[in-house]
Design a protein around this ligand. Structure first.
Ligand SMILES: Cc1cc2nc3c(=O)[nH]c(=O)nc-3n(C[C@H](O)[C@H](O)[C@H](O)COP(=O)(O)OP(=O)(O)OC[C@H]3O[C@@H](n4cnc5c(N)ncnc54)[C@H](O)[C@@H]3O)c2cc1C
Length: 406
């Protein structure tokens, strides 16, 4: 039996569920297909930048998240090991949207947003794994549903929101690009950590090509991440994943510059997992009845914490275009163009920042010594990835000032 909808989302993570909520609120028939019956800790993003918070407000998600599972912090504290001690930025005062950083346990966030999609009128099927895209006639998907066998659903538009390992983009014939160099990121949920709960804490250690980021989630829980430039990892180094490597993760956090006393009573409260953090993306994420959003369209190096915010930017732009026009092919093309622009800015800014802060080559180290000294003395040289994100200028003047070439 075939059922027809306006929109089908493949995936009910932040991207698919937030889009479904927005479109269903505007009277569209939306089907969300999510393979997981219950969300689990996959070690994903749990800290949303100020510009993502602004998107969450526009999409009506901010209050829902804050009330159900959010922990908003006003301050961002960072140190550049070897260049500056911990300094504190008031995000609310200094970001254009007057927003802090919104943090949450990712599986809780997913449950809230998919619940909101259902409350808005979207049909949500869990335990529903999409196994094929159908492109003859009205676009459609073939799905294996737990306890329900195989079904086919069709819609005016299929939205691939199936994450960083998206198969929709392969089925759609998109060419996937990947940066040639980059970082490896590891993450772990922790309890008993003696880190501050009212701020984000970032410790950047350029001479070790590493960063440690500590995200307070409230009630004594923290998500901790460590990223290391791939070219700085010795071939004999223990992997930063698996329960047995918890001590290695703690050592890496401390080597990055996080105070060792924070970890004296720390214990793991979830899986330790690590990922190749290099960006992957497709250009123009729309073709013939299929649109990609969120990580399926572009996955920015998670070390910069932009993925959740970029996802909500995608959702807002695509939803607005679909709501405003009956020509959905044109609307999806407009979204794809705008996506290339906003992701392109983040990709460029984070690429510069990675080169300056983390690249382990001798040439990079020589540039870094003078550039970082100038940057610490004049913070207007920094790139505001946290506060402004894709609306920050990324022209040649900005680049030259950042690298101290002016
Ligand atoms: C280690 C790490 C740390 C990160 N830290 C941050 C951070 O601090 N801040 C930040 O902003 N971002 C961070 N990110 C990025 C952030 O997690 C992602 O950008 C965000 O989760 C993308 O949401 P999504 O909905 O596109 O994808 P996902 O969250 O991956 O959701 C995809 C959904 O699709 C479902 N699915 C997949 N295939 C199918 C199928 N065939 N059929 C049905 N359902 C399917 C999956 O079960 C999943 O629920 C991090 C990422 C990683 C890996």
């Amino acid at each position: 039996m075939t059922e027809a909808y306006d929109v089908i989302t493949v995936g009910g993570g932040l991207a698919g569920a937030a889009l479904a909520k927005r479109l269903a609120e505007n009277g569209m028939r939306v089907l969300v297909l999510e393979r997981e019956v219950a969300f689990r800790d996959r070690v994903r993003g749990e800290q949303m930048h100020c510009w993502g918070v602004a998107e969450a407000r526009t999409l009506g998600l901010y209050e829902l998240l804050l009330e159900a599972c959010g922990h908003e912090v006003r301050y961002w504290s960072d140190q550049l090991v070897g260049f500056s001690e911990f300094g504190r930025r008031d995000l609310v005062k200094t970001s254009p949207h007057r927003a802090g950083s919104l943090n949450f346990y990712h599986p809780d966030m997913q449950a809230v947003v998919i619940g909101a999609a259902a409350s808005a009128g979207a049909t949500v099927r869990r335990g529903a794994r999409v196994v094929e895209l159908i492109s003859n006639g009205l676009p459609g998907v073939r799905v294996h549903e737990d306890g329900n066998g195989e079904r086919v659903y069709r819609a005016r538009l299929v939205v691939g929101a199936d994450g960083r390992n998206s198969v929709c983009r392969r089925w759609g014939g998109f060419h996937v690009e990947r940066d040639s160099e980059g970082m490896v990121i590891a993450g772990l949920l922790m309890e008993g950590l003696a880190a501050p709960e009212d701020r984000m804490s970032a410790s950047v250690n350029p001479r070790r090509s590493m960063i440690s980021l500590t995200v307070p989630l409230g009630a004594g829980r923290f998500r901790a991440y460590v990223s290391i430039h791939k070219d700085a990892i010795e071939s004999t180094a223990a992997p930063l994943s698996g329960e047995a490597n918890f001590p290695t993760f703690l050592t890496a956090s401390i080597t990055s510059g996080a105070p060792s006393k924070w970890y004296e009573a720390a214990r793991a409260a979830g899986p330790l997992a690590s990922y190749d953090a290099r960006d992957t993306w497709v250009s123009h994420p729309h073709r013939a009845g299929l649109v990609l959003i969120g990580d399926a369209a572009a996955s920015n190096d998670p070390s910069w914490g932009c993925g959740l915010s970029l996802t909500l930017r995608d959702v807002r732009v695509l939803a607005d275009k679909l709501i405003a026009s009956d020509d959905w092919s044109g609307a999806a093309d407009d979204y794809a163009e705008e996506h290339d622009r906003h992701y392109g800015v983040i990709h460029r800014l984070t690429g510069w920042a990675r080169a300056l802060f983390y690249h382990p080559s001798l040439v990079a180290a020589a540039v870094r010594e003078s550039a970082l000294t100038r940057l610490v003395a004049d913070r207007t040289r920094s790139l505001d990835i946290v506060g402004i994100g894709p609306d920050f200028p990324c022209d040649e003047t900005t680049r030259r000032r950042f690298f101290g070439e002016d």
